[in-house]
Design a protein around this ligand. Structure first.
Ligand SMILES: Nc1nc2c(ncn2[C@@H]2O[C@H](COP(=O)(O)OP(=O)(O)OP(=O)(O)O)[C@@H](O)[C@H]2O)c(=O)[nH]1
Ligand SMILES: [Mg+2]
Length: 335
């Protein structure tokens, strides 16, 4: 593995500086971690070789980590739940990093800025690190750098990394591709949500949390029952893990200890092979996606005018997409 890592890749003039930065990240320096994340979140094409060099230095497996995704509708109580759970976990001696990745959907009124303010207790905890969204306003379902950001936080010694994302369409599956454990947060009275979720996100959820139980305990109990019976009709993602459903309140703290116990059960030593199997699949999909992006970029660069002309023809319906794709690739082969 070691020899596969890139040494002094082309396009990197400050390799030594990056090595120093990586070392500071590994020592757990917060400012270095923030700086590394900023570089990794850059969308400038010219930063790519430096991003890859830094990541290759950081991506050396450390002790086992827990990657937890929290998804759910806007306002479901995800951030508040993360704060309550995060404080519990951090005071149990774990180091917790929180990555907010929701795209600041207009409906949630730009809660990202508020997240760090809202999670003040967690933000001030010595064992916690909170990083707001990197793709504010871009509108992506899940920010495309989330995997890089997770690896970087782990390199800095955070053994629990929590990713928050608004569960909307593609983000549901995208989060399942980036973390080990998916927690779905849902409101007690979200009847329609529950119907929709049964088909969509629930396929990917390992734990379902009915939030804000303090507001209406009877409704929360009913929701738990409803989801449990709905879930019974669906497949579990892993044969040895049955999806758990519980009610919590971040205000009163009820259910938070139980939720953490479920997480620990999920990450028990005996389940590590299953988690590693998920990560293997995720790495392969990440590889596929990366290859896809690199090839498209290469094709655009090598056959730019041709590419645009054919793309226009595809849009007009003048040429079928698979025929067009083959034409572009064939064009590369002809000198
Ligand atoms: N009573 C009560 N209110 C809660 C609880 N959890 C969250 N809230 C409130 O619900 C509102 C939304 O909570 P957030 O944690 O911001 O929800 P979110 O899912 O992160 O929202 P977005 O990031 O905007 O999608 C806030 O006003 C919280 O104070 C809870 O357990 N009980
Ligand atoms: Mg939030």
């Amino acid at each position: 593995m070691q020899q596969l890592r890139t040494n002094q890749p082309p396009g990197v003039t400050d390799y030594e500086d990056l090595a120093v930065l990586a070392e500071r990240v590994r020592r757990g320096e917060r400012r270095a971690l923030a700086k590394a994340l900023s570089l990794l979140e850059s969308t400038r094409l010219s930063d790519k070789p430096r991003q890859h060099a830094l990541l290759s230095m950081l991506a050396i497996p450390s002790a086992p980590t827990m990657r937890i995704g929290i998804t759910g509708a806007a306002g479901a109580g995800k951030s508040t739940l993360i704060e309550a759970l995060g404080l519990h976990v951090a005071s149990n001696g774990h180091r917790v990093a929180v990555l907010a990745t929701d795209p600041a959907a207009p409906s949630s009124g730009g809660s990202i800025l508020g997240d760090k303010l809202r999670m003040t207790a967690l933000a001030n905890h010595p064992n916690a690190f909170i990083r707001p969204s990197s793709n504010r306003g871009r509108g992506d379902a899940l920010d495309s750098h989330v995997r890089e950001r997770i690896i970087t936080c782990e390199a800095a010694g955070y053994d629990v990394v929590v990713v928050e994302t608004v569960g909307a369409g593609q983000a549901d599956t995208a989060i399942a591709d980036a973390v080990d454990l998916v927690i779905l947060a849902t409101l007690p009275n979200a009847g329609d949500d529950i119907q929709a979720l049964k088909r969509g996100v629930m396929e990917y959820a390992d734990i379902v949390v009915v939030t804000k139980a303090d507001l209406d305990r009877a409704a929360a109990r009913r929701a738990v029952q409803q989801i449990r019976s709905g879930r019974a009709l669906l497949r579990n993602r892993d044969v040895d893990w049955h999806v758990r459903v519980l009610a919590t309140s971040s205000t009163t703290g009820e259910g938070i200890t139980e939720l953490w116990m479920l997480c620990q059960e999920f990450f028990a030593d005996g389940r590590r092979p299953n988690i590693e199997a998920r990560r293997r699949q995720q790495r392969m999909r990440w590889f596929d996606e990366s290859l896809h992006c690199e090839l498209i970029a290469l094709l655009r660069q090598r056959a730019s005018t041709h590419f645009d002309r054919i793309a226009d023809a595809v849009a007009e319906g003048a040429i079928l997409p698979p025929v067009a794709a083959a034409t572009i690739v064939n064009h590369l082969e002809t000198p």
